[in-house]
Ligand binder design. Structure first.
Ligand SMILES: [Zn+2]
Length: 99
């Protein structure tokens, strides 16, 4: 473990891409609205497709305030996230990476 990482652990700081948190949340929320497989593989594929289309937004934070931060920052990104998540779910629905 390097010094930077050790310091981060000591201060209980985590590096988080809040867009990733939003996308995971929206995929889980919206997948039920699509008539499609909702297994872990399909959900993760949808997350990957959507995240490749969205610029990341990294923050350092402590675990305790992560959810508050995501909900505050979320407003500005929510529309773009919803659009990309819907497109990603359509793609996975049409071409699931499993039988
Ligand atoms: Zn599946």
């Amino acid at each position: 473990m390097d010094i930077e990482r050790q310091r981060a652990v000591c201060e209980e700081l985590v590096l988080v891409n809040i867009v990733e948190e939003l996308v995971k949340d929206r995929v889980n929320a919206l997948i039920g609205d699509f008539d499609m497989c909702s297994c872990r593989i399909c959900r993760m594929n949808a997350c990957a497709l959507a995240l490749n289309e969205l610029p990341p937004k990294y923050v350092t934070t402590t675990r305790g305030v992560l959810f508050a931060l995501v909900s505050v920052k979320g407003d500005a990104y929510q529309t773009a996230v919803d659009v990309e998540v819907a497109k990603a779910l359509e793609k996975v629905k049409d071409h699931p990476l499993h039988d």
